[in-house]
Design a protein around this ligand. Sequence first.
Ligand code: GDP
Length: 677
Amino acid sequence: MRASLPAVRNLGILAHVDAGKTTITERILYVTGTTYKRGEVHAGTTVTDFDPQERARGITIFAAAVSCDWDGYRINLIDTPGHVDFSGEVERSLRVLDGAVAVFDAVAGVEPQSEAVWRQADRHGVPRIAFVNKLDRAGADLDTAVASIRRRLHPVPLVVQLPIGRESDFTGVVDLLRMRALTWPDGCPAVREGPVSDELVDEARRRRRQLEEAVAELHPGALEEFCAQGTVSARTLSGALRDVTRSGDGLVVLCGSAYKNRGIEPLLDAVTAYLPSPLDVPPVRGIQDGVARERPADPAAPFAALVFKVAATATGRLAYLRVYSGTVRKGTVVWDASAGRTERIARLLRVQADRHSEVDVAVAGDIVAVTGPKAARVGTTLCDPGDPLVLEPPTAADPVVSVAVETRRSADTGRLAAALASLTEEDPSLVVRSDPETGQTVLSGLGELHLEVAVEKIRRAWNLEVAAGRPEVAYRETVVRGVTGLMYRHVKQDGGAGQFAHVVLDVEPADGGFLFRSAVVGGRVPREYIRAVEAGCRDALAEGPLGGHPVTGLRVTLTDGATHQKDSSEMAFRTAGRLGLREALRASEMRLLEPVAEVAVTVAEDAVGAVLGDLAARRGHVVDSAVRAGTANVTATVPLAELFGYASRLRSRTQGRGVFTARPAGYALAPEAGAGD
Ligand code: GDP
């Protein structure tokens, strides 16, 4: 059977760690009849967090795709990790989603990580609705949470529910569109609907009015009705909320308690009513024979899909696909546009976390897992062999922290290499290399926790005894004062064909990565050799003169050169470019760059002095600090190298009450050797 397109929602749940994503996912699966038993995070029995490490740590690390059905719609749910060290996964998930539910904690409001994920979603233009969770907690308040959302994230909040009861007495919500009370009495698994009680009816009417006014300000249709009739009907409101959600002009806000299973059905109704279907989002872009192309979300168009996750599971090697156009069937031969080979789709699976049901066909807009394609990696395009196309791959963040890993038994070296290869395939933000000087195997990733989890996975999934060294940050090198007119002559004459290339280079500091230009006049160096010099310079950037770190932030100008009639070749000029730039960098004044993170710390007011002192000792620069209601929020930029172990230090300084998040904030000049000692 074919799922008709508008009836699909590809949905992500975005939130700060602990806001309740995993619990909400569980409840959605329960309410939609996808699972029959409710899982609890603290009991370690949830469906999406099926990796044993996730259960042990109680956090969602590896995004899992889950399908469920609600009211005639298929909802493909991508669970996204909230920890900043795994923002590579978030980025990859955002790429394939059409809409998201942003979850907030009704006590904490907007937390630093929810802000970071919100900005990521902004960048990808993902339409969102908000769910304020944990309304059952002591201190929970919908209005305060909404004020915090407005203040920190600047949307226009459109609150469509009024909570019934506070804190532990929170039992349901008034649906302000239909003006009906939805309650979830204790011990009753399903929602009950009834009239709004007398004591709430005035407040409900007041809030409905506020909602009508706010929507009328954003939507011409609603405004017209409001002016003509003095009210806006539920139907008009619903259509307008849909439009402003998709345009990003307003943010629909719902509330509930996932833990107590209250508020999930209306959340699902809002997902299907307001968030876009795959048809509502712009056609996907790709490249065909060097020309940019668009593909519509049409089952009849040529097939094109993007692999956004690869996972080794008990079912075999699964590639998770977002189908952007066309139709794919079990047994079809497709083209792997990235590896340049044909592959057969052996099985098509609809995924329910760690369980799968086999299907025969998937169409544009769908998210499925497939077995068969052997070379497919994250970012691979699979497409119609007769109409090949390469879709834009998701961007991967640069790894900034490394650890040396080794097995305790040398007999296990081969298996370690296999384990690392499989890890990097599943998570492209992990990189493995061999240190040329020490011969050690070095694993690099986005942060300390990212690497800890990776190493732990090797231990458990591969049953290998591995030792990891101390984490180290990935330095870079940059030019602070360059050189002009550096001459390099590459000549080799040992019988046979010789090699001859002569180049003259200027090197100067520049913003950004690496810029290259030629100022050669009179054709003294032919164009193809200039390109070879540029390629050679790029080769030289891999290792800088200070410590063999990658070099960035420079402009190289080829000012002159000479060729030899017989002995010049592209290879000779590439070698001259590489060795010439290497020499030029040795002659330049170079400085180390170190990765820095933006750290947001939240502590009780009385601990703020200790936290500021500690940040200063870690070479941190405070960019913002504010105290409100006894709680201090401090934002600082801190070199990543100084952040190792910060989580446990903060816990001990604040008796466990301080929280912090860190996100990569690029590179900054490292202190000069000897300075500050
Ligand atoms: P995630 O990190 O965002 O996936 O959050 P989890 O779903 O793991 O929830 C974090 C913690 O908050 C767990 O201990 C949950 O049991 C708890 N939790 C989740 N939802 C609620 C809620 O609605 N009310 C209360 N009181 N606790 C909740």
